[in-house]
Ligand binder design. Structure first.
Ligand SMILES: [Zn+2]
Length: 335
């Protein structure tokens, strides 16, 4: 057993449907012998794949937290073949505070892997995932959204695969999830990955993994939520773990490669000219930044450094220099 202070109330080696907490010891002024509760659900029934599903790695991303809770309630033990492990609030302190980073240590869990068993709470969580939970899994699904400062249409994120077999497995997860977009990474991945993300941890452990961006703007979209819940069941069915489920017809997924982000070069109020899915050319004006403190000054233009389509957009109007206001991607077949 790796050296990590987290203990689990749920016996992950046992059959059955269990729910409880991962206990992260945290001694504070208010609670000398206390621990931070990180909810965990295990549904294990016979032999089959082990799937780890995460949400709340960033605490201000909500669809995944709801979708995984719904899945945990919906699925009975007899529905499942294999094991499904669910963490709906992976960085629980951040999720309870509804912030991207932890209010305890400022940690951004998805920039903290491989973590540190002797470090801050966020570092301990990362280390527990990297060395205890992820190595148990065959497949990991990590659910995100744009958080407070971005909005994404439902988008699967995946590597391109380092072997034909891995590529085929990633494609079958993408097809099963059946989100409108897939953002396919053109580099990285593999066991030599140095990425500080949960996906990096999965790659280092040889675990097939996908992420998803599911809305954002600090809110919940019912449409995206139902699309997510449908996709998760389709994934489990595709892996042979939900034999009684009957998937409906797939809608199809548009594969994209990210080109980069468009940044505010001025502070003020951002007026967007483009919406998600709209095409854009290099140099085209994508918006304007207004400064009502200087009403007679012309607004600062926001030209696109890329051509492609708008994949993500910043909903909050107030911007500072360096804020990402859009992300641009291109159809994979055009790159
Ligand atoms: Zn996120």
């Amino acid at each position: 057993m790796p050296d990590n202070p987290i203990t689990s109330e749920v016996d992950l080696d046992a059959s059955g449907k269990q729910t409880g907490f991962l206990r992260l010891p945290h001694s504070t002024h208010q609670s000398a012998y206390g621990w931070i509760p990180i909810p965990v659900v295990s549904i294990r029934n016979g032999d089959g794949p082990v799937v780890l599903m995460l949400a709340g790695v960033h605490g201000d991303e909500y669809e995944g937290q709801i979708a995984l809770s719904s899945l945990a309630r919906d699925l009975a033990l007899d529905d499942i073949t294999g094991q499904l492990i669910i963490l709906p609030m992976t960085n629980a302190p951040a999720a309870r505070a509804a912030t991207r980073t932890s209010p305890i240590d400022g940690g951004n869990l998805n920039r903290t892997f491989p973590g540190d068993p002797h470090g801050t709470p966020t570092q301990v969580i990362a280390h527990f995932l990297e060395t205890v939970l992820i190595p148990r899994a065959h497949v990991m699904v990590d659910l995100h959204s744009g958080g407070s400062s971005l909005f994404y249409p439902p988008t699967l994120l995946r590597g391109k695969g380092h072997t034909p077999e891995e590529t085929a497995q990633l494609l079958s997860l993408q097809t099963a999830f059946d989100l409108p977009y897939a953002w396919v990474f053109t580099s990285g991945g593999g066991r030599a990955s140095t990425a500080r993300t949960a996906m990096g941890a999965a790659n280092r452990n040889g675990v097939i993994s996908v992420m998803a961006e599911l809305g954002g703007a600090g809110a919940v979209s019912q449409d995206i939520l139902s699309r997510t819940e449908r996709g998760l069941k389709r994934i489990l069915h595709g892996l042979g773990m939900l034999p009684g489920y009957s998937p409906d017809a797939a809608h199809g997924t548009r594969e994209l490669h990210a080109q980069g982000s468009v940044y505010a070069r001025d502070a003020g109020i951002f007026e967007p000219f483009k919406d998600i899915g709209e095409p854009v050319d290099v140099g085209e004006s994508m918006g304007a930044i207004h400064d009502p403190l200087k009403p007679c000054r012309m607004p600062t233009p926001v030209p696109s450094p890329y051509s492609g389509i708008v994949l993500a957009k910043r909903p909050p109007a107030r911007v500072e220099i360096g804020d990402a206001v859009y992300q641009i991607a291109r159809d994979a077949r055009d790159v």
